[in-house]
Design a protein around this ligand. Structure first.
Ligand SMILES: [Zn+2]
Length: 160
């Protein structure tokens, strides 16, 4: 079971079938935008309501440009999860530390956003398709999907 709601999945289904999942396109389809930026020490990402970027949703996502690309992708996907699942709780926005915990949201809400991010970046049907093509190891799949090997290992249920 995926944590991505059916109405959202319908908007991005084709993007979930191609590796690596194009996270910028996902954001665009959902009326968001992702920007890399130098964020304060210890901050990995944020989502905030801002008119400046003229997004359809009114929200924009920032990820720290000092972090590894695969981490930026996961952070962006986590923020998209907050937008999709927790819009009523994020108010004008949230800021996340390096563990992707916001200053204002509960642990359970953060767990949900992480699950959403995993479902977005590592869709199980896509993993299955890649496996059939011969990409079977954690490093190979992590590379194809542009996620960290740790995230990929967790996704495949390997002990960490
Ligand atoms: Zn969060």
């Amino acid at each position: 079971m995926t944590s991505i709601p059916a109405r959202i999945r319908a908007q991005i289904d084709d993007l979930l079938a191609v590796a690596p999942v194009d996270i910028d396109q996902v954001a665009t389809r959902l009326g968001l935008a992702i920007y890399e930026r130098s964020l304060p020490e210890g901050v990995s990402g944020m989502i905030e309501r801002s008119p400046t970027y003229e997004t359809e949703s009114g929200f924009v996502i920032f990820v720290d440009d000092g972090e590894a690309y695969v981490r930026q992708r996961f952070t962006a996907a986590h923020e998209i999860g907050h937008y999709v699942l927790h819009r009523d709780r994020i108010g004008e926005g949230v800021t996340e530390n390096y563990l992707l915990r916001s200053d204002r949201l509960s642990n359970w809400v953060e767990v949900q956003a992480n699950r959403f991010a995993a479902d977005l970046l590592m869709p199980l049907p896509l993993i299955e398709a890649l496996t059939k093509q011969g990409y079977t190891s954690v490093p190979e799949l992590a590379h194809k999907l542009q996620v960290s090997e740790i995230a990929m290992g967790i996704r495949l249920g390997h002990p960490t």
